[in-house]
Design a protein around this ligand. Structure first.
Ligand SMILES: [Zn+2]
Ligand SMILES: [Zn+2]
Ligand SMILES: [Zn+2]
Ligand SMILES: [Zn+2]
Length: 264
């Protein structure tokens, strides 16, 4: 009777199943125990594995795989062929192709629908929650060039890059922000705010409650949060000593006072 890999081999092999230097005695009580442990997992023991720890099994899915006796006992295994098939199907659903293993068990290498090759976690591939980094980079470079900027280094995260702005300064900008209509150079903006404060006899101390405000030291010595626009364009008064700025404004009328503090 031919041995089809299901259960113990025929009578001719009763004295030992030989593969290389490894032998397996199908009649031993220990083998019976291994057969039973495999059966409990819906698998069939087929023969010896690459070393004494491994055996060859036919899994419940029909595929054949080497698994350690311990992993079989505890059910700590999955069919590699079935997993690969599943990952391949999931990649196809996203218009991608599975190419090979990735940097860790969570990753695989894929050819994306755009043609670029990238490692993606199997979960992100399954959910379609990934972007092609090459395509994102190409788009960002185009957008930067159209604004007279240039990408000169990667950012601290994948979501930003370091740019050289038209003024010559270098700045980290998020991928989202580079698409916004206005791009501000923080360094140029800071020197502008400092200069505007100086005109009013004030000095810039730091940030305010939001992007529109800054904290200033006024000429009278008191500190005040003022709208940057007010510091630049409109008269205002110190909330502590009531001094009016600019000090010698020709017609400082209450109604023209800029909004020093947002009372809304
Ligand atoms: Zn399988
Ligand atoms: Zn791409
Ligand atoms: Zn600048
Ligand atoms: Zn004051």
């Amino acid at each position: 009777m031919a041995h089809h890999g299901i259960g113990p081999p025929g009578p001719a092999q009763h004295r030992g199943y030989v593969l290389g230097s490894l032998t397996m005695d199908w009649n031993s009580p220990i083998t019976s125990k291994h057969i039973e442990e495999a059966r409990a997992r819906g698998c069939v023991l087929q023969g010896p594995g690459r070393n004494h720890a491994f055996r060859q099994y036919r899994l419940s899915c029909g595929h054949t795989q080497e698994i350690t006796l311990t992993n079989m006992r505890f059910g700590a295994f999955r069919c590699r062929r079935c997993l690969a098939d599943k990952l391949e199907r999931e990649a196809q659903t996203q218009g991608c192709t599975l190419i090979g293993p990735g940097r860790s068990k969570a990753y695989r290498e894929y050819r994306l629908s755009c043609g670029h090759v990238q490692e993606v976690t199997t979960q992100y591939m399954r959910n379609g929650t990934f972007k092609c980094r090459s395509c994102v980079g190409i788009q960002l470079a185009k957008e930067a060039a159209s604004r007279g900027c240039e990408i000169i280094a990667p950012g601290r995260t994948a979501n930003s890059r370091i740019y050289r702005l038209p003024c010559g300064h270098e700045q980290e900008i998020s991928n989202k922000a580079i698409y916004r209509s206005s791009l501000h150079c923080h360094i140029c903006q800071l020197s502008k705010l400092k200069a505007e404060a100086k005109v009013r006899g004030s000095s810039l101390l730091g940030s305010g409650r939001n992007a529109k405000y800054r904290r200033y030291r006024l000429q009278c010595g008191h500190e005040l949060e003022v709208l940057t626009e007010t510091m630049r364009l409109r008269p205002f008064r110190c909330m502590t000593c009531r001094a009016i700025y600019p000090v010698q404004a020709p017609d400082t009328d209450r109604s023209t006072f800029g909004n020093v503090l947002d009372r809304s």
